[in-house]
Design a protein. Structure first.
Lengths: 325, 325, 325, 325
């Protein structure tokens, strides 16, 4: 699959932006600056990046509790995201939602979800709606390997299938749902096997190989856009951090250090960067500049979030129900 | 004056909205040829076809997800959960998604959908088809909850439910579908959160819902002969609740009975009773009396079911309790 | 597969008993003698009969809303079943449950269920429990083609699978869930395809061929008993009656008369009876005697149910919660 | 006297019951190495192994189904739903199955299981992890609902929950796990349906639950200085409710405040308030006051969350409202 030089650089930049954002958030969390539950995407950046790169601005995504990467890849801006995590009124959700409910509807980001699998049936509904309205949009629904055991998965994929709806279901299999391995939770070697139950194609792909992700997502998304129906994609990956930012020792009390170390050698960013360097598509200097820009963006976001006001107490009531104008 | 049944009034509203707004569609189990659980949509498939009248698999999560996804992307879905008993099968989609999305996204989107379903004990349907599960919708902020009793209100409130931008739970009642009453042929709406005084009176206030409105009116009529003047208030919208109208009446009568079919413990009657005990204490001349389904499962056996369903007998006893001695 | 002469006769008798019971109930329902929702099994008798014949008395079943056949085949007696349908205190559930909650725990019948798919996760729990306790029991879980679209199906089969629990999942595909065809609800030609998702064997079998049912059930049940884990069996069949006994014209407003007629020619009872007659394993006289005995059993049951008292009103309260002795 | 935390007290009870009754097991998401959502079962896997401490997939229906199936067949399961927010994902298994089986089977079986979960708003977990969904358990007959506040009660009530033959919902509270108090090392039980007067007083009755017990006690202490004597009653079991103790207290004080964290509309406070308004009206000298979470979703933003959580401030204001002038 041919990718333009510009897009090659963009893929690298997006992965790095995600990495920077979440690694910064992890630190801010430990420093007590971010409350609640924060789930870092470190190590899994290639999936959101590769998938969302294929999408048009008017396409939709449904995200998860581990959703920062999806948002960034779909156009979310650091400063409004971080302001949200700081609980400020300038955040995407005015400080009402936080990490688990991040959404930017104007970017087609129909929300992270604190309920595992909670977005899957909604995505089927979005797919139905696109077909109903006759546009050529597509919706991508992210969920984890843990999400595949929920009833939502079953009902949602079935509904999308029988309506031949333009939905791409993306299972991010990072091998664990908290401490439970996906193998123990399902008995399956490949979760994409389950596509058969819904009469749709299923594919298992190396989720740390950005080009493989991009290509498989491209095929599934174009298939959906062409009216050929939904697909189930499984991307194998690994999270470097604990299940949530507050978890002790990066979750090494239920997984082996060796395992984590070996996955770190499969870092999707370093892997892709090395390739681009090797192929002469980027230079060390350009990378350095890219990283500096990203750091600047991050620093600006922190400043923006810091300087933003908290929402007023009344907004709780204002938002509780829509009033008739 | 034209008289039609509650069922026909609901169908008339559905037909009007389907005809005048192509963003409106109806989805649910067997809603097409069968007309849904209670025959409300019977015949509409012939007028509007499969695109607008959508049969679904037995997947309550997917049904509500379909509604949410469509509502988020510009449509105005009406979804049917065949019996309120089955809202347990999609409680997350209702209580954590549909009810909360507007709030947790900081008001970025609205979720203008209607979930219609039917409540009430009747005809030996036994414990899993006799629940009155709506108090959980009242205890979960974010949902408009409607529960009409008359054909007039049924049509006007269903029109309002579709017009309103909040997610609406629209509760029909098994025992009143065939009740006839005047319904204008023209389009009209009944406003949200406005109770209706179904009968004026001076001595005792009865707040009654759905089937119990008729029982209350019938007992009230009998009582006139005994010289007791009863005011019957139908709140119509259970949330937001028109407390002002209820309070006004209690100010006048000093005596309050609430008759609602949900189970007593934390039921709708508890909410009304405690609001009055809090805010109208000084006007109360007698203890409030709650009437509801007893705190046991609904029995199948016919004579026991008759005992179980609250009705005129319970209202008469309540009147004895509160009436001026 | 060899079946003893005695068992051949038993299979025929059980099918005929089920047919007589449900056809009688259909008439009693129309005559207003049975309230509530009654779902007849007519036409599907071979499934319950063939499957339960393989079971030991100590084995368990979880049944459905269309459960009379399962109960009879597992040892339920007409008189206590009918007394339950009449809402009498002598019924299996003391008149509290009716048709949709029929259970006889001493026969291992852990209940019909008014919730489609409601028994599936419970069956997984029973399977877990058998393994935990180390007995060699098996549990069979019945559900319809409609039940296969519920989240329960997915979660329950997965749980049973990862525990390698002795559960046999029996999908009775009578081609319709009310008016929705299983093909329209799933897009699949064979629902047993879904076994793949749970790493268990799946098989689709002619559900009107009692010998095929018996053999496939035998293999699955013995497999489970031998500790080799769960199986998903799909039996293709057809119901002759309406979805429920009150449905107009045997459901011929959503299915073709031709279709019904063609399935009547595949009557599992006549088919098997003809075979036994042909093979000389039974005589016309014996069949006549068998039918007379069954009719007598039915008449006795009607008398028993008629003469039984209704439960006392207090039993609602007594059963509402267990008191400490 | 030995002092341990609520968390340790719960673990001690679990350990005791696992050690003394091999029919007891614990199942839920990440209950083994992680110790479940709140670390209660941490370490037990080392003592009791995988047979007794069972990690499950993210399948809440299957978790409750596992419990029901096991309870029906002779075991005494304890299942954990990680947060009470997720009971929406298995509401049918709880409200239509677990709660009703004893009743609908006419008392043939008991369902002796414990469903433990955690409630309460805290730490920026936002709207989908801050629900207090237990009123739906109170509105559904058939469930014992426990909600202890102290380490002593936690151990004694958990022991009781396992011993009792009813299905029990056992609600822990996020903000009190680390509170310490005296807990005997010996085995003991706290009876069901018996409230505890945590502090005696003469002027005002406060019925408070879980975290609010501590707030009420703290405010009550302050009030002593102002010469107001407050009685604090902890109902401990929310269903069946010890109305006698509450009524006795109201008889004495004539003034009632209820402080419970569930949302006000149809919440637990409504039940207590309306019971008193019905049955103790003549003893009331002032309006009752309900304290609960406001009727909006829980906001993420820290300062708003603090406003949202009911506590001392609300209690103080309530006292102003009801106190003798
Ligand atoms: C319905 C539901 N059950 C349980 C949880 C608690 N929980 C939050 S994240 C998580 C694990 C999710 O695993 P997976 O889907 O694999 O996503 P990952 O965290 O690995 O990205 C659990 C159990 C929840 N949020 N929702
Ligand atoms: C969860 C749930 N949704 C809907 C219903 C209403 N309902 C009762 S039976 C039925 C159809 C069931 O179809 P299937 O599973 O194929 O069984 P069949 O009736 O064909 O034997 C439906 C929709 C229900 N009882 N439970
Ligand atoms: Mg995972
Ligand atoms: Mg069927």
């Amino acid at each position: 699959m041919q990718i333009s030089d510009k897009n090659n650089i963009e893929l690298l930049r997006t992965m790095k932006r995600i990495r920077t954002f979440d690694e910064t958030c992890q630190k801010l969390f430990v420093a007590g600056r971010i409350p609640g539950a924060l789930h870092c995407y470190t190590g899994e950046e290639a999936i959101a990046t590769g998938v969302c790169k294929v999408l048009e601005p008017s396409d939709y995504i449904l995200s998860t509790h581990r959703g920062h990467g999806h948002l960034i890849a779909k156009g979310g801006e650091f400063k409004y995201m971080l302001a949200e995590l700081f609980g400020k009124s300038t955040g995407y959700c005015k400080g009402m939602g936080g990490s688990m409910h991040l959404a930017s509807v104007k970017h087609g980001i129909l929300g992270a979800n604190g309920i595992v699998g909670g977005g899957i049936c909604i995505a089927a509904g979005v797919g139905f709606s696109i077909k109903y309205q006759g546009t050529d949009q597509v919706v991508v629904c992210f969920f984890g390997d843990g999400g595949i055991s929920t009833g939502f998965f079953h009902e949602g994929l079935n509904l999308a299938s029988i309506h031949n709806a333009p939905v791409v279901f993306v299972c991010e299999n990072n091998l664990y749902s908290i401490s439970m391995t996906s193998k123990r939770a399902t008995g399956l070697d490949k979760l994409s096997t389950r596509a058969v139950s819904y009469n749709m194609p299923g594919e298992t792909v190396d989720g740390n190989d950005i080009l493989a992700v991009y290509e498989s997502a491209y095929n599934a998304i174009e298939r959906a856009r062409a009216g050929k129906g939904p697909t189930l994609l499984e991307y194998i990956t690994y999270r470097w951090r604990g299940h949530h930012a507050g978890e002790a020792g990066d979750g090494l009390f239920y997984r082996e250090k060796k395992e984590l170390e070996s996955w770190k050698t499969k870092d999707p960013i370093r892997r892709y960067q090395a390739l681009l360097l090797k192929e002469g598509k980027i230079t060390e200097e350009k990378i350095e500049k890219m990283e500096m820009d990203i750091q600047q963006e991050m620093d600006d976001a922190i400043e923006f979030a810091n300087n933003s006001p908290y929402p007023k107490a009344e907004s709780i009531i204002e938002l509780s129900m829509l009033k008739k104008e | 004056m034209r008289e039609i049944t509650v069922r026909e009034a609901l169908r008339e509203s559905l037909r009007y909205n389907l005809a005048h707004n192509d963003k409106v569609f109806l989805a649910g189990e067997d809603v097409s040829v069968v007309g849904g659980g209670m025959g409300v949509s019977k015949g509409l498939i012939d007028e509007f076809g499969e695109k607008r009248i959508v049969d679904t698999p037995i997947s309550e999560n997917a049904i509500v997800g379909l509604g949410i996804g469509a509502a988020l992307t510009g449509l105005r879905p009406v979804v049917e959960i065949m019996y309120i008993d089955f809202v347990t099968c999609c409680a997350d989609m209702i209580l954590n998604q549909m009810a909360k999305i507007h709030f947790i996204f900081g008001g970025q989107v609205k979720v203008p959908m209607v979930l219609k379903t039917v409540s009430g004990t009747s005809g030996g349907n036994a414990a899993q088809h006799s629940n009155n599960f709506y108090p959980m919708f009242l205890n979960t902020p974010g949902l408009v909850v409607m529960a009409p009793s008359t054909p007039y209100d049924s049509k006007g409130m269903f029109n309002m439910a579709i017009e309103d931008d909040n997610p609406v739970i629209f509760i029909e009642h098994k025992r009143i579908y065939n009740i006839k009453g005047h319904v204008p042929e023209d389009h009209y709406t009944v406003p949200i959160g406005v109770a209706d005084v179904k009968k004026e009176g001076q001595d005792i206030t009865i707040v009654a819902t759905q089937a119990l409105v008729y029982d209350a009116l019938s007992v009230a009529e009998d009582m006139e002969e005994e010289g007791i003047s009863i005011e019957v208030i139908d709140p119509r919208t259970l949330n937001p609740l028109d407390k002002a109208t209820i309070f006004e009446s209690v100010k006048k009568t000093g005596r309050l009975i609430i008759a609602d079919e949900s189970c007593l413990n934390c039921g709708f009657a508890s909410e009304v009773a405690s609001s009055v005990a809090e805010e109208m204490f000084d006007y109360l001349d007698a203890p409030v009396v709650r009437i509801g389904s007893p705190d046991t499962s609904a029995p199948y056996s016919h004579p026991l079911e008759l005992e179980y369903i609250p009705g005129k007998e319970e209202i008469r006893e309540a009147i004895k309790k509160v009436k001026k001695i």
